[in-house]
Design a protein around this ligand. Structure first.
Ligand SMILES: [Zn+2]
Length: 284
């Protein structure tokens, strides 16, 4: 499943090809993905110039003066910019044709999604789509408010938000209303690096330890995005699969193996229905 770093890498990969381009037309090969595709996508997007590509949580927004196309990659979605005559592949559901620009021939932005858990929706100018309305701050946006959240992500923020919460800290950290984009993999890795047991009650952790945790979240996501730079070519290759990152994971997926810090066997259990791995010795 694309996590925040893959979505951010998709955004960075699309940016030079799509930003500033004018939409020539929209072709829908089916009327819906996870949800019906609103009429506005076909009626309002053609003729518009895409002046920015933004990311909020794992959503991508193609901004135009008429509104924003709101995309989510779901479990298996990918976006690629291709020559306009590239033959359709199985599961290519949406085509956004781009007019030629200075020195660049006409191209098409294609959305492919075998399992169709992705979506293409519409956000009118000045509005916030309901899916984006209650999201917490971006973990990589220390100024916070630039992403539409009212507070900035930090250890002090996590500490304040967690008071009175008796949920396990891992569940708290994966709550999109608390902070966006920390999926199962990154929650496990961040808690390992911060030395915090995923089972500990969120409300019982000190401010100092939340500062370590916030730093770990930021460092892990930043590192993953930097590694993603090597997969950018996949987004313009006609036959390349979308690039997900080889990751150096210290905890996730290593249940039963030796802790890389102390050598003891890593524990594995379900926490909030999600598989979790941690070291009972290094994480308290
Ligand atoms: Zn250990």
């Amino acid at each position: 499943m694309p996590e925040l770093p893959e979505v951010e890498t998709t955004r960075l990969g699309l940016l030079p090809h799509v930003q500033g381009r004018r939409v020539a037309g929209v072709v829908l090969h089916r009327p819906d993905l996870r949800w019906p595709i609103p009429d506005a996508v076909q009626s309002l997007l053609p003729g518009q110039r895409i002046h920015a590509i933004r990311r909020r949580a794992k959503y991508l927004l193609l901004d135009t003066a008429a509104g924003s196309a709101l995309l989510h990659l779901g479990m298996t979605g990918s976006l690629r910019v291709l020559p306009r005559d590239t033959p359709l592949r199985l599961h290519d559901h949406v085509e956004i044709a781009l007019y030629p620009a200075s020195g660049i021939p006409g191209q098409v932005l294609r959305f492919n999604d075998p399992r169709r858990f992705g979506c293409l929706l519409w956000q009118s100018p000045g509005e916030t789509h309901p899916l984006l309305a209650r999201l917490g701050p971006e973990p990589l946006s220390p100024e916070g408010t630039s992403c539409g959240a009212s507070e900035a992500f930090s250890g002090d923020y996590l500490f304040a938000r967690s008071r009175g919460r008796n949920a396990p800290v891992k569940t708290f950290l994966m709550d999109q209303a608390v902070v966006v984009g920390v999926g199962n993999i990154y929650a496990a890795e961040a808690l390992f690096r911060a030395g915090i047991s995923p089972l500990r009650e969120a409300g019982s952790i000190s401010k100092a330890r939340y500062r370590l945790l916030a730093d770990a979240v930021t460092a892990i996501l930043t590192h993953a995005i930097q590694r993603g730079g090597t997969t950018l070519r996949d987004f313009i290759s006609p036959d390349g699969a979308p690039g997900y990152f080889e990751q150096e994971l210290l905890a996730y997926g290593r249940g039963g193996e030796a802790c890389l810090r102390c050598g003891r066997r890593l524990r594995q259990a379900l926490i909030g229905q999600r598989t979790s791995v941690w070291c009972g010795h290094c994480q308290r």
